[in-house]
Design a protein around this ligand. Structure first.
Ligand code: AMP
Length: 286
């Protein structure tokens, strides 16, 4: 497995694969790899290209009150997991390799960034799309893998690639969950035992929403009110949002008539957790 930290050696390392006609697959991550990341790497491996994992904790997607300085780092553990997963190249750049000191260019995906997490994390999605662009320009992948866990991020990246005619295919991978349904995230490590038990209520609320919608409920306000009840009954929680939105445009839906994304962001203690579920109202619950 190759490990590179600058643009020139990354491009040189990938030139041979490109010349041999091996499709290049990119899995962008911020490190502290877990089973969710591994599922993306496995999907890339199955598609049998040259698999590149980037590990970069991107400062521009963290706000002043976010946890950039607290974000976990585990370089040797990450490299070991990549090696075991059969990754061909890990791109592990320092900040200087990704950003010019006086960089001013940003990519903004308009209305898609203004709902759900947008108002709570100003500038976050511009940071994400700008760094994903930079990664695409350095690695020039044929295909890139993203988790449905971050559904708004995924929708934004798909739209950016479509709007800017970028020659890369985006593959969405399902959310990997703990046995009690909690979506796996490096932030779960910050929960106390009691908070960790309480956090299972988020997936419980999403499943309740799915059951209600498939059972015929069409009023999004009824669905989200019930979710709020389930979450707050489980313990002290601060809700940023619980919303029903269109899965492509991320705009709120009042009456469910087509597949929707039910999404939430909830603080349990100092930890902000996000999760979501796609629900098709046409598939009725038994
Ligand atoms: P991150 O390192 O948090 O930026 O995540 C890197 C990629 O892994 C993103 O595309 C995430 O959506 C994806 N990811 C994170 N957690 C999960 C999970 N539990 N299941 C599936 N994908 C995930």
């Amino acid at each position: 497995m190759n490990v590179t930290r600058d643009i020139a050696s990354t491009r040189a390392a990938l030139a041979a694969a490109r010349q041999a006609g091996r499709p290049i697959a990119l899995v962008p991550t911020m490190g502290a790899l877990h089973a969710g990341h591994r599922s993306l790497i496995e999907a890339a491996r199955r598609d049998a290209g040259c698999v590149v994992v980037s590990i970069f904790v991107n400062p521009t997607q963290f706000g002043p009150r976010d946890d950039y300085v607290r974000y976990p780092h585990d370089e040797s553990g990450d490299l070991k997991q990549c090696e075991e997963a059969g990754v061909d190249l890990v791109f592990f750049p320092p900040v200087e390799a990704m950003y010019e000191k006086d960089a001013v260019t940003k990519v903004n995906v308009g209305r898609l960034t203004e709902t759900l997490c947008g108002p709570f994390r100003p500038g976050h999605f511009d940071g994400v799309t700008t760094v994903v662009n930079t990664l695409f320009n350095i690695v020039q992948p044929d295909v890139a893998y993203f988790g449905q866990k971050d559904a708004q991020q995924l929708a934004i990246i798909k739209r950016m690639v479509r709007d800017l005619r970028m020659p890369v295919r985006i593959v969405a991978c399902p959310t990997v969950r703990e046995p009690d349904g909690l979506a796996i995230s490096s932030r779960n490590e910050n929960l106390s035992d009691a908070q960790r038990r309480q956090a299972a209520s988020l997936y419980g609320a999403l499943c309740d929403a799915g059951d209600r919608i498939r059972g015929g409920e069409r009023d999004a306000a009824v669905v989200t009110r019930e979710m709020q009840r389930i979450i707050t009954e489980a313990g002290p929680a601060r809700v940023d949002y619980i919303s029903v939105v269109d899965p492509e445009t991320m705009q709120p839906v009042a009456n469910v008539a087509a597949p929707v994304l039910v999404a939430l962001a909830v603080h349990i203690g100092a930890t902000r957790l996000i999760d979501n579920l796609r629900v098709d109202p046409g598939v009725r619950s038994p």
